[in-house]
Design a binder for this molecule. Sequence first.
Ligand code: ADP
Length: 320
Amino acid sequence: MNSIEVQNLSKVYGSTTAIEDVNFTVETGEIIGFLGPNGAGKTTTMRILAGYLPATTGTAKIAGYDVHQQSMEVRRRIGYLPENPPLYPEMTVEGFLNFVAKIKGVAKCDRKKKVTTVIERCQLEDKTKTAIYKLSKGYRQRVGIAQAIVHEPRVIILDEPTVGLDPRQIIEVRNLIKSLAIEHTIILSTHILPEVSMTCDRIMIINQGKIVITNSPDELQKQLAGNYGYQLELAGNIADLLPKLAAIPGVVASKVITENLNNQNRDLVEVTCNADSEPGKELAALTINQGVSLYEMRRIRPSLEDVFLELTTEEIISNE
Ligand code: ADP
């Protein structure tokens, strides 16, 4: 059985469609990165999964239980770290984790052991008696993760777990997440590409409420580095030309992207090519042989990379 199963999930806030027809599954033991720019719909999806927000349509199941109809079963099986974890600043770390264990239904006889275990796992041993308001942001985030996992849930949902941390704290929290992945299914959201490529088995990219790509970081990298294309500005019988262009060795696909460009009776055609092929000469020759006028032909960046850059522009530029 899959740990997380999401089908046709949509959420509409008034006139805003936050997510639309989202479908995905996460297998037990998998760590999946949910990547997308701000406003893409990550938090909305995670809040629905955690049972904190009803979906407008569609279903989400955790370990086979419907998040809406069987929310108590679901809450027992998930740990959720919201963007702003609900911490009680005046409480000590240990006091707070005891309190959370209690409200999450951990039996009194198990509580001490589970709190001690989570304190070790999250490397909070030095801070057990410290009031939460005195902790650095990195430690507070560890307490946030500790409160999410103290009842030993099977599925962990982490919303932007490293946001606002300094580089050293980011590495520590990433290592903590990786160590949890051995026994848990994890879904973590981020708007930063390196975050997911370092921690996750699989990346799911969401943009404007829709899942645009799901793949392993390696495969995604290949896809991103793989195909490239040409844009051709043409006038003539395009319908006949397109399948012939697509049949050239090395060409993956051809399609019209803009008809009647600038009202000049020209069409803009995009041809996608395999990374290891160089069919530019053949493309031009065939077009002219077919009696189609070729006004412009330019190489373009990988179309997938375009999608990706659009999603993560700031981070890619700042990491270069
Ligand atoms: P992300 O977590 O990827 O930044 P969100 O899920 O927070 O994205 O938001 C998705 C979209 O839904 C955005 O357009 C956001 O403005 C909108 N949205 C989120 N929460 C609410 C709300 N409570 N009321 C109205 N619109 C909302």
